[in-house]
Design a protein around this ligand. Structure first.
Ligand SMILES: NC(=O)c1ccc[n+]([C@@H]2O[C@H](COP(=O)([O-])OP(=O)(O)OC[C@H]3O[C@@H](n4cnc5c(N)ncnc54)[C@H](OP(=O)(O)O)[C@@H]3O)[C@@H](O)[C@H]2O)c1
Length: 249
């Protein structure tokens, strides 16, 4: 039985990933922060032999402890994350450190810790859930966008490096996905403001990301709408539209 390690598996994209792999007969190590919030996943998978771990992955000690506890998986899905809206100059040092570690430094520590063991396998895969924010300016979300950009760059580089070791690396860059993330960040207004065609379901993100990963692709932008607008990302007009869509007015 193939084994996957998924971080942030209690809801949203991570939970959908766990459902998809469980349906396809995988054994799962599921990591999230809150034991309470992971109840839904535990109830859903009640008959399976999954392992559940609860760690605050914004802390280095937690990532190191997790690395000690888990067996080497065939697939790593580095997905755990939060969204943070913060104006430049208004975040605290602790907020910045924790966000950067959760979205970037901690993902690198996790992958660096697993790579020596992954190299001993005949073949394995790494999937990193970054964001479309990695390739487009996100005013008032600069910390989030830059952390996602950092992990995108790391993933692209190790993807080339590890190809000879039969380890594929795929970075997924989703746009807007309806999950708990926005509510948790106090951004509920986005559900009304963002047009329907800009939302991609978590299920679609998972299916397209898995397809890309199995095909050995380095980058995937799930959803047709985002594929079409990708050439325009970073242009003034796109940034203006992004600002308008995200404003609370
Ligand atoms: N939703 C979007 O529009 C969107 C777009 C692009 C990229 N993404 C990325 O997709 C990934 C998954 O987000 P989602 O949208 O599925 O959000 P979600 O429904 O809020 O799920 C986030 C998951 O990450 C876990 N997590 C958060 N902080 C953690 C911490 N400090 N330690 C351990 N686990 C932690 C949560 O566990 P607990 O509930 O226990 O805290 C939960 O399982 C994130 O990396 C996010 O940046 C999302």
């Amino acid at each position: 039985m193939k084994k996957a390690l998924i971080t942030g598996a209690s809801s949203g994209i991570g939970f959908e990933y766990a459902k998809y792999l469980n349906h396809n007969g995988w054994s799962l190590d599921l990591v999230s922060h809150s034991e309470e919030r992971s109840k839904k996943a535990r109830e859903f998978f009640h008959n399976s032999s999954n392992n559940y771990y609860h760690f605050d992955l914004s802390k280095k000690d937690s990532v190191l402890e997790l690395l000690d506890k888990v067996d080497c998986p065939d697939l790593v899905v580095a997905n755990a994350g939060i969204t943070l809206m913060s104006k430049a100059g208004e975040s605290s040092s602790l907020q910045r450190d924790e966000l950067y570690y959760l979205l970037c430094g901690g993902v690198i520590d996790l992958i660096e810790g697993l790579v020596p063991r992954l190299k001993e396998k005949d073949a394995s895969r790494i999937v990193i859930i970054s964001s479309i924010g990695a390739v487009t300016p996100m005013p008032k979300s600069s910390l989030y966008a830059s952390a996602k950009s950092g992990i995108y760059s790391y993933g692209r580089s190790i993807g080339e490096e590890l190809a000879n070791d039969n380890i594929s690396v795929t970075i997924s860059l989703p746009g807007y996905v309806k999950t708990n993330a926005h509510k948790r960040a106090g951004l509920d207004h986005l559900e009304k403001k963002i047009p329907f065609w800009m939302w991609v379901s978590a299920e679609k993100v998972v299916k397209m990301t898995e397809k890309a990963s199995k095909a050995g692709k380095n980058t995937i932008i799930p959803g047709l709408a985002y594929k079409l607008i990708r050439p325009f990302l970073g242009m003034d007009i796109t940034s203006k539209a992004w600002k308008m869509l995200n404003s609370r007015k």
